[in-house]
Design a binder for this molecule. Sequence first.
Ligand code: C2E
Ligand code: MG
Ligand code: MG
Ligand code: MG
Length: 294
Amino acid sequence: IAKGAGKNHYHLFDTAQDDAVKVQRESIEAVRYALKNDQFVLYYQPKVNMQTGRVTGVEALIRWQKPGRGLLSPIDFLPIIENNAISIELGEWVINTALNQISLWQKMALNLPLNISVNIAAVQLQQPDFTKKLAALLNAHDDVDPHHLQLEVLETSALDDVQHVSEIMHQCMALGVNFSLDDFGTGYSSLTYLRRLPASLIKIDQSFVRDMLHDPDDLAIVEGIIALAKSFKRDVIAEGVETIEHGTLLLRLGCDLAQGYGIAKPMPAANFPLWVKNWQPAEAWRTLRLKVNN
Ligand code: C2E
Ligand code: MG
Ligand code: MG
Ligand code: MG
């Protein structure tokens, strides 16, 4: 019986593994198909300067408009394709689409803030020809000032070689592009990255921001990251700013920029011009801004 059960067990295990491989292969095919058939779209979430209340730019966030399935969130498809070449292609599509968008907004001449940040996985950055491809994309958009493009490096996995990543970042910066460190504080070696990587902006992870009003530990982390960013002469942005309480506290703590549902949810590109036109910081924030600035 024991032997039988063992066999059975192995059998079940193999089947489960086969299924997982099959599901992954199908997902990759589906993404490839979706890319060919224009099913991906970028949503844009505004970033606001806390001192002035001004919109400084947007973060591009990918969505999958899957027929019959509605709008799929990146966490539903990016992790599955993470180690496949298709994720590199998708990453290029994102940068290209963001550059198209800047170009379009520029042509509309509505005096919109044109800075766009796009998320980029460290593995994508470490592709041997990344800088060359980025240069080609920028060349193809010669009406766009490369300084408008920021790459948000995701601390999702430990970087194998920080020195190498730093070199790539410097090469990209020579093209005019700048960097931020996304989800700062949640990664494997945030402090090493802060010290060694030439990112001009630090993004405080939303998990700390969300709970800082109630959890003294999270508040201490937020304060610590802001202080750290200042001593390293980097700007700092808080993500996940959901309420006016978050906003006023962050302003008091000296946070430079803010992003979150309390300001705006990510929106289709077409909604952005009107949103900017109507944007007004909340009364409490305005009042505090006046106090902080005087
Ligand atoms: P992220 O870069 O940290 O982006 C912030 C995420 O938090 C976004 O989720 C955004 O919609 C959400 N968010 C913004 N403000 C708030 C808030 O106030 N409250 C809450 N609860 N959430 C807020 P989204 O769009 O689902 O993206 C999830 C993650 O997927 C991103 O996290 C990023 O790591 C990744 N991602 C998105 N687009 C791309 C892309 O084009 N390429 C790559 N490589 N990764 C992407
Ligand atoms: Mg991001
Ligand atoms: Mg983030
Ligand atoms: Mg995140």
